[in-house]
Design a protein around this ligand. Structure first.
Ligand SMILES: [Fe+2]
Length: 577
């Protein structure tokens, strides 16, 4: 049985392929069409999935889509009754909604229904037999976290901007079933106000929440801004929360950065777009936004613990990419085990939709456990050689042992190494297969990386990668974190040793690596430890400003040629500048 999962039309379009009870391939369309957060129909991803699995549309039994237009249509009258005052603005601006999480899908309900026809037209020379299923968005997020977790039973928490109607789902997974405990429904949402405040602070849509999380370390906790904001975004009781909608406009307009005049009266004028020069009040607002999200998420997790008595927690949805909040929940010890879907944002819903159909609806015996996030395309040696020849760059072929040694020598000389290995990651983080690597020892490395390659705002921290067995030596938490979804505190005695990996608030977003998940990265870090006594290096995504993470050898060579990088490693080929 072959199930093809598609996500499209909102943002982070993707494709996942479940073949004979195993999730064998998943990719985001942005990596292939090279448009960041692309919400286009994922045709290139479909073709890559077929290429990888050696299948065609004729072999597909089911196609799943993680959005059910019928739920949106059913709820429309309630929305109209509740928000009739702002309806004229919504209708006027509707055509401009694109990536707006809360609103963007309104324009695509018909497109979703037409997907089967569209696919049949694209592959008109082939016979098709697939059945098409539109599945509830948050159930797909929930499935993406519970089914691949390997837990027989778990509490499940999913939160994002909004699905068809719900923005948050609290549930429990048991065997093949996911039972909803309850949902919190739009416009009450954790992702949408966080997004709106990030835009109020001058960040762009899509990129804003991640940057806001980094900026939040620069403001004061428990400030006046926090006291005001916690009256607006707050936990109520019994696993629910509320947003005072008087202060937001994200549920009807995209032109006002998602906040209302009342919000501006309370917090002052918005920051200029793209600014890096915030007032103290604005920095405190960034911290306050992070703090209220932490408060609510922590209480939701606590409620779930009381309700389910489970020792396991599964997280997904865009808010589950908030690694600071995840770290708080993990370190509280309220759950013994936590699984966070590495593609926690909407790209992961194509993945979840295939598993939801297989387990919950078709009741198939699927025993898939996700062991890593390397589910994307891989390129064979012939393809690599072809790109090397076309590039006019000098590459040398070496043994992997020589590659590890030479890369370590380069890192020790403060060189930046672009590292391309095996299958690409599925999800927003580079986990050591499409990464820039650099030394964490040099306090200037953050500035060097920003100046030469990343061109990021200087307040944003860089993530680091560490051998799993050494995590407890450097950080305040030793649990494995293979998907870079938890923030740890750097122990005092190591803050001066790995300064470029230590953020202003003494934390670091860390990725732990063991031999099974990523043998090449494990070997590289082991060699680095042999040479330096330490197994921590900076790991940041292999992309140049404004572009998605590289996918193919061609993308890697193109980025290497254009950027100020010292070396490019593709498998066991190396090129030096
Ligand atoms: Fe979502």
């Amino acid at each position: 049985m072959n199930i093809l999962g598609l996500n499209a039309f909102g943002h982070d379009s993707s494709v996942s392929l479940l073949c004979d009870e195993k999730l064998i391939f998943a990719v985001e369309e942005e990596r292939l069409n090279r448009k960041k957060h692309s919400g286009e129909f994922p045709l290139e991803s479909i073709n890559q999935a077929f290429k990888y699995a050696n299948l065609s549309i004729e072999d597909i039994d089911h196609i799943t889509f993680p959005w059910n237009p019928n739920i949106s249509l059913m709820m429309a009258p309630i929305y109209v009754l509740k928000f009739w005052k702002t309806l004229p603005i919504l209708l006027k601006e509707k055509k401009d909604f694109s990536m707006e999480e809360q609103l963007g899908m309104i324009n695509h309900l018909q497109d979703i229904k037409k997907i089967p026809k569209r696919i049949k037209n694209i592959f008109s020379d082939k016979k098709t037999k697939f059945k098409f299923h539109c599945l509830e968005h948050h159930m797909c997020h929930a499935a993406s976290a519970f089914y691949p977790s390997g837990f027989d039973e778990a509490a499940i928490l999913t939160y994002d901007g909004a699905g068809e109607w719900s923005s948050t789902l609290l549930g429990q997974g048991q065997g093949k079933n996911i039972k909803k405990i309850h949902t919190v429904d739009t416009p009450h949402s954790l992702g949408a106000p966080y997004q709106a405040i990030s835009r109020f602070l001058g960040f762009s849509y899509g990129e804003g929440p991640g940057k806001l999380m980094g900026l939040a370390s620069y403001g004061k906790r428990d400030s006046e801004e926090y006291k005001k904001l916690k009256q607006i975004v707050y936990y109520t009781e019994n696993g629910k929360f509320k947003i005072n909608m008087k202060f937001f406009s994200y549920h009807y307009s995209r032109r006002r950065r998602g906040v209302s005049e009342d919000f501006i009266k309370l917090f002052g004028d918005p920051a200029e777009d793209g600014t890096t020069n915030w007032t103290e009040k604005q920095l405190n607002l960034a911290t306050a936004a992070q703090q209220v999200i932490e408060d609510v998420c922590f209480n939701l997790a606590k409620y779930l613990k009381e309700k389910t008595k489970s020792k396991n927690l599964c997280l997904a949805g865009g808010v589950a990419l908030n690694s600071v909040t995840n770290g708080l929940i993990a370190k509280s010890g309220m759950f013994e085990n936590i699984f966070i879907q590495p593609a926690a944002g909407d790209s992961g819903t194509s993945f979840g939709s295939t598993l939801l159909l297989a387990h919950n609806i078709l009741k198939r015996n699927v025993n898939y456990i996700q062991e890593d996030a390397f589910l994307g395309p891989k390129y064979c040696e012939d393809e690599i050689i072809q790109e090397i020849k076309a590039s006019n760059l000098n590459f040398s072929k070496k043994s992997f042992e020589e590659i590890y040694k030479q890369t370590c020598d380069l890192l020790m000389k403060d060189k930046i190494v672009a590292w391309h290995q095996g299958r690409m990651e599925f999800g927003p983080r580079a986990l050591g297969n499409r990464s820039f690597l650099a030394s964490a020892f040099n306090p200037e490395m953050k500035n060097i990386l920003n100046k030469r390659v990343k061109f990021r705002e200087s307040f944003r921290p860089f993530a680091a990668i560490v051998l799993e067995e050494d995590a407890g030596k450097y950080f305040d938490f030793s649990q494995p974190n293979p998907y870079m979804l938890l923030v740890y505190k750097v122990k005092k005695e190591y803050q001066k040793i790995i300064p470029s990996a230590t953020h202003v608030d003494e934390t670091v977003r860390i990725q732990t690596v063991n031999k099974n998940e990523n043998p090449h990265m494990y070997a590289l870090l082991t060699e680095f430890k042999k040479k330096t006594g330490h197994s921590v290096i900076i790991n940041t995504s292999f992309n140049i400003k404004g572009e998605p993470i590289v996918c193919s050898p061609k993308d890697s060579i193109y980025s290497f040629s254009r950027a100020d990088i010292d070396a490019l490693v593709i498998e066991n080929y190396i090129s030096l500048k």
